[in-house]
Design a protein around this ligand. Structure first.
Ligand SMILES: Nc1nc2c(ncn2[C@@H]2O[C@H](COP(=O)(O)OP(=O)(O)OP(=O)(O)O)[C@@H](O)[C@H]2O)c(=O)[nH]1
Ligand SMILES: [Mg+2]
Length: 399
């Protein structure tokens, strides 16, 4: 490694965040009714924060639900991806007995709520207002323990998906075939094929073949869980085609092999160019982010502990022994670009840096446009509210 720059942050910040964010919601209390939506939309205007929700919609930011049978691994997934919990520590997690809701926007670039459900949800329980839950949902992740007998899980998946679809046809249904670390490669493929077949057969039998399920093989013991989560999150980003386009233009003009736009906190990649992603490349990028942030935390700290581990000056170059160079640069407060460059192309670093400067500017513009749309929308709706009703809420015009 020839250069790592960056700044530190107090070590205990993660813990503080965890305490603030983890919010237990009782079964009868699902939090954000219409009243909380304003506060939620306000947070979306924070600089560099991407709010996935449609600016023209009055809905709150979308939810990602984690559902599945008991002990299938839902809470472990959430802790490993968003709280940097080490996979072994998840052995000591207690069973979830209430819906656990977490707001991801405050800690990272991505802006959504993630709801961790207890294993057995009873759709017939009158205190469980599933219509309200599914209405604001962007993605439903159903976790299946692949090391266990999955027949019951499949029945539950079918029930959950059909219920959710009735309420909201726009939900993305994502099935995590989880804990595949315990399976051989052949067994993994066979399990995926079998689950895919059975789940789709069940839907076809119910006349619901139009429901699309996406399947992922995941484990918290490798990067597959981060990769799967990246794909789930990407589907909720309306700007994705623009981001991909910008990345394509950037790499083709700079002689770069592959580039990822990473959310630094969660190590989810929110976009990449259109060349195929291979797992090893992705893992190297994740490791690089860890190295940069860790070194910043340890050695970049000012005497009084001030500063953050990631800021405008954060950049790193790592030369590998296979004539490849890893290059990381800050894009926004929460985003980093990580590129794979051949050594000979890296000789033209000046060109890469100039193109990066243009790329960074374009990314900022994409989000400025969004912020403007959201702001003008808010002003409009306030004006309409003012015009449409008197102070006590009675309409000014005849209905
Ligand atoms: N081998 C393996 N074990 C895992 C994986 N993910 C989670 N586990 C283990 O599965 C067990 C159950 O995990 P939890 O996250 O508590 O499961 P849950 O789905 O939240 O369970 P409930 O809250 O009871 O619904 C824990 O002992 C985890 O260590 C994985 O990818 N591989
Ligand atoms: Mg749990």
């Amino acid at each position: 490694m020839s250069q790592v720059l960056g700044k530190p942050q107090p070590q205990d910040e993660d813990d503080e965040e965890e305490e603030e964010e983890d919010e237990l919601v009782g079964l009868a209390d699902y939090g954000d009714g219409p009243d909380s939506s304003d506060a939620d939309r306000d947070s979306g205007t924070e600089e560099g924060v991407l709010d996935f929700s449609d600016p023209f919609s009055t809905e709150v930011k979308p939810r990602i639900l984690l559902m599945g049978l008991r002990r299938s691994g839902k809470s472990s997934i959430q802790k490993v991806v968003f709280h940097k919990m080490s996979p072994n520590e998840t052995l000591f997690l207690e069973s979830t007995n209430k819906i656990c809701r977490e707001d991801v926007s405050s800690s990272s670039f991505v802006n959504f709520q993630i709801w961790d459900f207890p294993g057995q949800i009873d759709f017939f329980d009158p205190t469980f207002d599933y219509e309200m839950i599914f209405r604001g949902t962007g993605a439903l992740i159903f976790v299946i323990d692949s090391q266990d007998d999955y027949m019951e899980a499949l029945a539950r998946l079918h029930l959950t998906v059909t219920r959710a679809y009735k309420v909201n046809t726009d939900i993305n249904f994502e099935v995590f075939i989880h804990k595949v670390d315990g399976l051989s490669d052949d067994h993994k493929i066979e399990t995926q094929r079998d689950i895919h077949q059975r789940a789709n057969d069940d839907l076809a039998d119910a006349g619901l073949e139009k429901i699309h399920l996406s399947f992922y093989l995941t484990s918290i013991y490798d990067h597959s869980i981060f990769e799967a989560f990246s794909k789930v999150v990407q589907k909720l980003i309306p700007q994705l085609p623009t981001l991909e386009n910008l990345l394509n233009i950037f790499i083709s003009n700079s002689g770069i092999e592959k580039a990822f736009l990473f959310d630094v906190v969660s190590k989810i990649y929110i976009a990449t160019d259109s060349t195929p992603v291979d797992m090893q490349t992705y893992e190297l990028c994740c490791d690089m982010i860890d190295v940069v942030i860790d070194i910043s935390c340890i050695y970049g700290l000012k005497e009084d502990g001030a500063g953050t581990p990631y800021d405008k000056e954060s950049t790193a170059i790592i030369k590998l022994n296979n004539t490849t160079v890893l290059y990381l640069k800050e894009v926004t407060k929460f985003l980093a670009l990580v590129c794979f460059v051949r050594e000979e192309s890296f000789e033209r670093k000046g060109l890469i840096d100039y193109n990066f400067h243009c790329f960074r500017k374009a990314i900022h513009e994409v989000f400025e446009v969004r912020m403007k749309v959201v702001k003008s929308r808010k002003v409009q709706s306030r004006l309409q509210k003012g015009k449409g009703a008197t102070a006590n809420g009675t309409p000014r015009v005849l209905l």
